[in-house]
Ligand binder design. Structure first.
Ligand code: KIV
Ligand code: ZN
Length: 407
């Protein structure tokens, strides 16, 4: 069965950059955009040009710098926004304007003090106006997660009729459950005239920790594009994380989906974004957190050292991480300690290992993690063979030889 491609729309530089205190300058944005292009994203949402002169300039410079990826600029359904977005995209080889309006009762009533009919008129006008500047116009129905499906379908049908090429269904407040969001996408696929001519996109927020699950449910029900950010950053609790959704697709071939992402660049891209934004990735973050491929309990370490797959379903090399790490803590066992000593050039026989292990536990109970320096101190304290070592030549499985100390 032929696989279907899911397009990756990266909004790290727009929705992601809305994180308080993480604003980027133009140079940093261009560096990240170039990395995103290398990573293989299909669309880079470069910014919201009307929002500030720096954002306008950043979008413009990204357009000049990026060679083949679609560059997208955000606007509200407001003439001036759309005009400025169009101007900022002037140098893009493949420009896209992303325009839209709130469609939920809450937005219509309280944000716009308007009526559903007037909202449809504004949506149509925004798309038609954006078409004066670019051919590729993406329409977002803000707060689609809380919009009644029948009305949402009506809005979508109207904007498609007037030239929208991509329809974005944001769960702006992270409100939906995966089944509910998937059903919404399926409903639109089955009830909107013209929907098969356009790309249907997910855009999920993580207020209840469901952004990735909802995006997955969206593509399993017919969406063809996912909007996401590196490290899952974004407003409030963030957006769907690019690394999570891409690896879910890669790991589950039965979904019959694929992306163009070069997954081996995921870790370096995550580091770049984290450094530029001065925002650390949480240690237990899936795929890119420092602990994502670290093992510290004795049972897990023993298993991983025998065969990596016992406690890892993802190969760290697939996301650009050299290998799994064995962290020494008070929960570690002899196998892990012997492994780490071997890496330092010491082979411990059973009696030596027993003695070293008892000293190790005294250190480990006082410390969070035992380092190589402390491992050497432990050896000195154990005073094995009265400090004398017996050197032998050891050849590993790859045929490389080195001298190791047998104790
Ligand atoms: O979350 C959202 O609704 C958005 C739109 C502006 C696309 O970010
Ligand atoms: Zn958003």
């Amino acid at each position: 069965m032929e696989k279907n491609r899911i397009q990756i729309f990266d909004t790290t530089l727009r929705d992601g950059e809305q994180v308080p205190g993480c604003q980027l300058n133009t140079k940093e944005k261009v560096i990240i955009a170039n990395k995103l292009e290398l990573l293989g994203v299909d669309v880079i949402e470069a910014g919201f040009p009307i929002s500030s002169p720096v954002d306008y300039l950043s979008v413009q410079e990204i357009c000049k710098s990026v060679s083949q990826t679609i560059v997208c600029a955000l606007s509200r359904a407001v003439e001036k926004d759309i005009e400025i977005a169009g101007l900022a995209l002037k140098y893009a080889k493949r420009p896209r304007i992303h325009t839209g309006i709130g469609t939920s009762n809450c937005h219509i009533r309280y944000k716009f003090n308007s009526t559903p009919e007037k909202i449809i008129e504004r949506a149509i006008y925004a798309v038609k106006y954006a078409k004066r500047f670019v051919e590729d116009v993406e329409f977002y129905a803000e707060d689609a997660g809380r919009t009644e499906n029948e009305f949402l379908a009506k809005v979508c049908e109207n904007v498609i009729k007037n030239g929208a090429t991509v329809i974005n269904i944001p769960d702006t407040t992270g409100y939906c459950l995966p089944e509910e969001y998937g059903n919404k996408i399926r409903f639109l696929k089955e009830n909107v005239k013209g929907i098969h001519k356009v790309i249907l996109s997910t855009h999920c927020h993580n207020d209840l920790g469901l952004a990735t699950a909802n995006s997955l449910s969206g593509i399993m029900n017919g969406a063809e594009q996912i909007e996401c950010t590196i490290n899952g950053i974004g407003e409030r609790a963030g957006n769907t994380s690019l690394e999570e959704i891409v690896m879910i697709i890669k790991q589950n071939s039965h979904l019959n989906l694929f992306t163009n992402i070069n997954t081996k660049l995921i870790y370096s891209t995550s580091n770049l974004v984290s450094e530029c934004m001065g925002m650390k990735v949480q240690a237990n973050k899936a795929i890119v957190g420092i602990n994502a491929f670290s093992h510290s309990s004795g049972i897990h370490q023993d298993g991983v050292l025998k065969k990596r797959e016992t406690y890892e379903s993802i190969n760290p090399e697939d996301v650009g991480i050299n290998k799994s790490s064995i962290i020494l803590t008070a929960r570690s066992g002899r196998a892990a300690i012997a492994y780490r000593y071997k890496k330092l050039g010491y082979f411990l026989n059973k009696n030596s290992l027993d003695l070293v292990y008892s000293i190790f536990l005294q250190y480990a109970d006082e410390k969070k993690e035992i380092t190589d320096i402390e491992l050497k101190a432990i050896l000195e304290k154990a005073n094995l063979n009265n400090g004398k070592t017996n050197q032998v030549l050891h050849t590993n499985a790859n045929g490389n030889s080195r001298r190791i100390n047998v104790l």
